[in-house]
Design a protein around this ligand. Sequence first.
Ligand code: FMN
Length: 198
Amino acid sequence: MLHYIGIAGTNSAHSTNRQLIQFVQHHYADTVDVTLHELTDLPLFYKTADHSVPAAATALASAIAAADGVIIATPEYDHSVPAVLSSALAWLSYHIHPFAGKPVLIMGASYGALGTSRAQAQLRQILESPELDARIMPSGEFMVGHSLSAFDDDGNLTSQTLTHQLDALMTNFATFVDVNRQLTAKMTRSADWQETNH
Ligand SMILES: Cc1cc2nc3c(=O)[nH]c(=O)nc-3n(C[C@H](O)[C@H](O)[C@H](O)COP(=O)(O)O)c2cc1C
C-alpha cells in the first residue's frame, strides 16, 4: 500500500484544510495510508548560526523522505500561502532536502468561491524551487470553495462532483508516484548539487 504524508498548511485549531486531509485519510483508507503531520511545533524560519535545523523539522523531513508522496492542503490568506506553510517549507529546504524528487499533490480549501487557486499556484512555484525540487502532480489542482459548508457532520465532502474529482485525482496520483519512481531511477543528480544550490 502506498504511504503518503498529509500536511495542512495551518496552525489553527480548526481548519477546513485539515478536514480535507482527514477526509482523504479516511475515504481512501483501503488503498493508501495517509499520516497527518502538524506544523505547530515548527518555529518561524530563521537561519541558524550553525546551520542546524529544529528537531520538529528533521522529524518531518525523515517522514517525508520515507513516504511515497506528500499531499499538501493549503489555506489562502490574502491571496497567498499561509506564513506557517511557507516557513515550514523553508526549514525543509535548509541544508536538508526531503522533497527532492518527491511526488506532491496540491489541494486546498477556502471560504471563498475560488478554493485557494491563487495560494495553490504560489505553492507550486515554491515547491519547484531548486532547494525543494519536488515533483508536483501535473494538472493536480483540487479546490474546495465555500469550505465551511463543504463537509457534513461525519467529515465527508457533501459534493458528489468534488468527491468524484478527488477519486480520479487520487488514482492518477498513485500512477504519477509509480511513473516518477521509474523516472527517478533513470535520472542522475550532480554530486555537488547541494553545494551549488546554496
Ligand atoms: C487574514 C485573512 C485573509 C484571508 N484571505 C483569504 C483569501 O485570500 N482567499 C480566500 O479564499 N479566503 C481567505 N480567507 C478566509 C479563510 O481563512 C481561507 O479561506 C482559508 O483558506 C481557510 O482555511 P482553513 O479553514 O484551513 O483555515 C482569509 C482569512 C483571513 C483571516
